[in-house]
Each structure stands twice: as structure tokens, then as C-alpha cells.
Design a protein around this ligand. Structure first.
Ligand code: XMP
Length: 509
């Protein structure tokens, strides 16, 4: 195992994930984990992450010097390098030159160790204001940036390394090779770990954590909550109770489809609640997006609480939270601002007296899909695009009504059907229709129409945090537009969204 000590960087999980991609298990511990705890993991290598803090200010993350005397290779990334330098007697400062974004570095001397097999110069991704200005004793410079700053260092005779840039992000050329050199050549790890091992360990871990306790879970038919439920079911069997709430904001035929998979294919213990009326009543008159989220979130808690009473002895609440949800809701990355409140992260645990079980919270979507496949979750679920907790309410701009939802549902089903037929469904991260609150004039037959507008949105993304719009072909777009206008009475115009994220978000609200 390679232990990643988290000092609060937004990239910590990405480091762990890159190591896992090399088939080496990687686990994250907080920077203040005790020496015993770190040693108990028997790490072959330790990576210290970046941080939004400055080592120059009091109260910033610190590690004990003894950790550097265990003979275990250590790699400090960004703040991690500054921390290592500080502890070992070097000096960190502000030189008036901050490096953000792309920078070119030049390897000093022979490229060996971390830089084995790499070109002399290449581009990396930097993000720092503080800099190592004086190396600790016995350390040497491995690479410098264009601006002449120390971009990488190594301590002679000790397996201690520092990188000022981020090898874990895709914008760093040869980042994977650098991590490979660290993990395989320096730490001597074997590439033998796989996601199947993760599943086995996690099942044991859930069983150990929950014991004979009962777990209740809200399932939505989405990849995350389903995989979390199936995993937990493997661990504790019938002590898992799932609740599926129909909030009236689901897609065409979705409740029936999902229930049948849960009951017939996955053998999950599911209680179905149709609370559509309640949700629509709560949304009445609301047009503000965050207010909609709150109304849906609040109603969900009410409905769920009512159901939960039926399992009064459940102590645990299972949630399929993924890592990107945690970041975007502003829980991570200290001081990160809330872009949209994702209700599967906020709300529930504080209001209710449950302990929270979040087995997927260190993972990215594609890892969860792979785990689902190992667990035998049908492809019909694994291939599904992400769908927001507030459902169609944030795709029905302006006030949400039953009539508008009905139009949106039927248009969306046409778009998705055609997208799938054209082979695009699995190529895009997400695709959907948005019902705009504007009406415009059209002509059908000899009749003047005055109908609503549908916007088509299709994006590619790795984790939903950034996204680019997808170039769908003319034939497909044409067919979708014609079918929607012909088949969904009340819609007479279809437009295409060609904005990426940023500056837009994926959803329109
Ligand atoms: P945005 O629109 O913020 O979306 O670019 C990023 C990803 O998150 C999904 N999303 C949500 N998921 N509750 C959720 O569970 C929400 O309130 C919410 N808002 C957006 C969105 O579909 C996309 O995958």
C-alpha cells in the first residue's frame, strides 16, 4: 500500500486514484494520523499531498520528523515538498513569483530516479505561491522551472523526494511516468492490486463497522446508490432496507423500470413510496433554482423520515456519495465555495439520528461503474447517465408544473432513444432535455402555434467537475428536433446548448 497523507488539497483523491490505476493499493490518511496508525498500514511508500495552507503561517499541516526516519520512501507534492524542506532544515518563502497553470521544467543532471526515462524538458501543472528557496542539507535540485524556481528535489542517501508541481493532474506531461517511477522503482511495489480486492475488503469493512446493526438507504436507480446498496447487501444481507421514493420528478417510465431491476435482478429489499403529490405541492410557486433544491431536499427528508420510522431500529444511513459530490458541495478543499448544493450530501445526516455509511466516498464515477460490474449490477443501470437528486425540477426552468414535466419527460425520452440508436449514449457523460419557460411562435399545417422550447444538452466529462459540449451530428439533431415537435404537442422549437463547464454548469439550474 502507498499511504497518501492528506493536507487538504483538492487533488488528494486524484493522487490515490492514479496510484490505484497503477494497480497498487493506495489509502488516504489525514495529515495528523499518528505514527503508529501510518506504520500499521505497512506502507511501501508515503506521499504527502498539497494544501491550501501556507507552511509560513502557524497552524498549517505538519508531520513528525520520525516519519522520515522509518526508511520508507516519501514523496512530497507541492505543499508536501515545502513541508519536507521545512522539517529537514531548508527554507520556504515567497519570492514574488507565483506559478499557476502550465510551466516548463528542465531536469538538472542525469534524469534518474523519479525522472528516469523522461525528456530533459517538459510541461507540468503548477499551483503555488510559496517556494522552497533554500534546500535542506544533503538535498539537491532535480529540476528547475523556467522562472528558475526549484521544481523537484531529492535528499541524498534518503529516499525522500519533493515535486513542486502536480504529477497527478492530466495537464502534467509524463505525470504518470513520474508516479510509476516512484511507486515501482523507488518503493518497489508490485502491480497486483485490483478493484476486486477493493470490493472484498470493503464488504469485510462494512460488515465489521455495522455488525448486527440495521442500515437504511434511499435508492434512486442511479449507479451510485445502487452500487452502494448491492455492496452493503453483500456485507449484511437482510439487515439492509432500501427505500425508493418516487418524487414525481423522474424520467419517463423510470419508477417502474428501476423497481423491476431492484426486485427481480438484484434481490434488494425495496420499499416503494409514491410521494409525487407532496413534492409537486412543495415546488408550487418556486422559480429560484436553489429554492427548488431546498424544497425537494426538505420534502425528501420528510418522506424519508416517515418511512424510516417503519425501521425504527435502524442506526445507519447508507449513502452513495462519491468524491466529486463531496468537493462540489464545499466540504473539501477548505473554503471551496458551494457551486450547487447537492442534496445527497447535505441535509439528511444532521437532521436525522443516523450514523452515516458512505463506502464510495473516495471513488470516482468510472471506478464505481467498474465495481458495479464486479458486483453483477446490470448494464442497464451501470450505463445510466448521472441524474440530479432534484430530478427534472432543475430541468424544468421556472415554476414546475405537472403539465410542463409531462412535456419535458416525453421530449427527453425521444432524445435519449435517438441518441442511443445513433451510438452516442455511452460516449457522452450526460445528455438530457431542458424545458425553457419561453414560448415562441411556430406554424404547423396552416395553424399558428405558440409553444414551449426544448434545449438539448449533451456533454463529455470525466467527473462532472468540468465538461465540454458534445458535437452531435446533423442527422441525429435533425431527427430529434423533428420527432419532438411532431410527437410532443405543446413544443414547437428545439435549440442546442453549446456551452462548456465552466462557464456554464451542466444542468441549467
Ligand atoms: P452541474 O450542473 O453543477 O452538475 O455542472 C454537475 C453534476 O452534478 C449533477 N447535479 C446534481 N446532483 N443533486 C445531485 O445529486 C443536485 O442538486 C445536482 N445538481 C447537479 C449534474 O447532473 C452533473 O452530473
Amino acid at each position: 500500500v502507498v499511504v497518501v497523507l492528506d493536507c487538504g488539497s483538492q487533488y488528494t483523491q486524484l493522487i490515490a486514484r492514479r496510484i490505484r490505476e497503477l494497480k497498487v493499493y493506495s489509502e488516504i490518511l489525514p495529515w495528523d494520523a499518528s505514527l503508529e496508525e501510518i506504520r500499521s498500514k505497512n506502507p511501501k511508500g508515503i506521499i504527502i499531498s498539497g494544501s491550501p495552507k501556507s507552511i509560513l503561517l502557524p497552524g498549517s499541516p505538519m508531520i513528525s520528523k520520525e516519519l522520515l526516519e522509518l526508511g520508507i520512501p516519501v514523496l512530497g507534492i507541492c505543499y508536501g515538498m515545502q513541508l519536507l524542506s521545512h522539517i529537514l532544515g531548508g527554507q520556504v518563502g515567497r519570492v514574488g513569483l507565483a506559478e499557476y497553470g502550465r510551466a516548463c521544467i528542465e531536469i538538472q543532471g542525469e534524469g534518474e530516479g523519479l525522472f528516469k526515462g523522461l525528456p530533459k524538458q517538459f510541461n507540468v501543472w503548477m499551483s503555488h505561491g510559496d517556494t522552497v528557496v533554500k534546500l535542506p542539507p544533503k538535498a539537491r535540485v532535480l529540476a528547475k522551472s523556467e522562472g528558475g524556481l526549484i521544481a523537484a528535489m531529492a535528499v541524498e542517501g534518503k529516499q525522500i523526494f519533493g515535486l513542486q508541481f502536480h504529477p497527478e493532474v492530466v495537464h502534467t506531461e509524463h505525470g504518470v511516468e513520474i508516479l510509476k517511477n516512484f511507486v515501482f522503482d523507488i518503493c518497489q511495489c508490485e502491480p497486483s492490486w485490483n478493484l476486486g480486492d477493493w470490493v472484498d475488503e470493503q464488504i469485510k469493512e462494512i460488515a465489521r463497522t455495522v455488525g448486527d446493526g440495521k442500515v437504511i438507504s434511499a435508492v434512486s436507480g442511479g449507479v451510485d446508490s445502487t452500487v452502494a446498496a448491492v455492496l452493503t447487501k453483500r456485507a449484511i444481507g437482510d439487515n439492509l432496507h432500501c427505500v425508493f421514493v418516487n418524487n414525481g420528478l423522474l424520467r419517463l417510465n423510470e419508477p417502474e423500470g428501476v423497481l423491476s431491476v431492484y426486485r427481480d435482478k438484484l434481490d434488494l429489499n425495496v420499499h416503494y413510496v409514491d410521494a409525487s403529490d407532496k413534492f409537486l405541492a412543495a415546488l408550487k410557486g418556486i422559480t429560484d433554482p436553489e429554492e427548488k433544491r431546498k424544497a425537494v431536499g426538505r420534502t425528501f427528508i420528510e418522506v424519508f423520515e416517515e418511512e424510516a420510522e417503519k425501521f425504527g431500529d435502524a442506526q445507519w444511513l447508507l449513502q452513495g456519495t462519491l468524491y466529486p459530490d463531496v468537493i462540489e458541495s464545499g466540504h473539501k478543499g477548505k473554503g471551496a465555495s458551494v457551486i450547487k448544493t447537492h442534496h445527497n450530501v447535505g441535509g439528511l445526516p444532521e437532521k436525522m439520528k443516523f450514523k452515516l455509511l458512505e463506502p464510495l466516498k473516495d471513488l470516482f464515477k468510472d471506478e464505481v461503474r467498474a465495481i458495479g460490474a464486479i458486483l453483477g449490477v446490470p448494464r442497464s443501470i451501470l450505463r445510466r447517465h448521472p441524474f440530479p437528486g432534484p430530478g427534472l425540477s432543475v430541468r424544468c426552468l421556472g415554476e414546475v408544473t405537472r403539465e410542463k414535466l409531462d412535456l419535458l419527460r416525453r421530449a427527453d425520452a425521444i432524445f435519449i432513444e435517438e441518441l442511443d440508436l445513433a451510438g452516442f449514449y455511452e460516449k457522452v457523460w450526460q445528455a438530457f432535455c431542458v424545458l425553457l419557460p419561453v414560448r415562441s411562435v411556430g406554424v404547423m399545417g396552416d395553424e399558428r402555434t405558440y409553444g414551449y422550447t426544448i434545449a438539448l444538452r449533451a456533454v463529455e466529462s470525466l467527473d462532472g467537475m468540468t465538461a465540454d459540449w458534445t458535437y452531435l451530428n446533423r442527422e441525429l439533431l435533425d431527427k430529434v428536433a423533428r420527432r419532438i415537435c411532431n410527437e410532443v404537442h405543446g413544443i414547437n422549437r428545439v435549440v442546442l446548448d453549446v456551452t462548456s463547464k465552466p462557464p456554464a454548469t451542466i444542468e441549467w439550474e
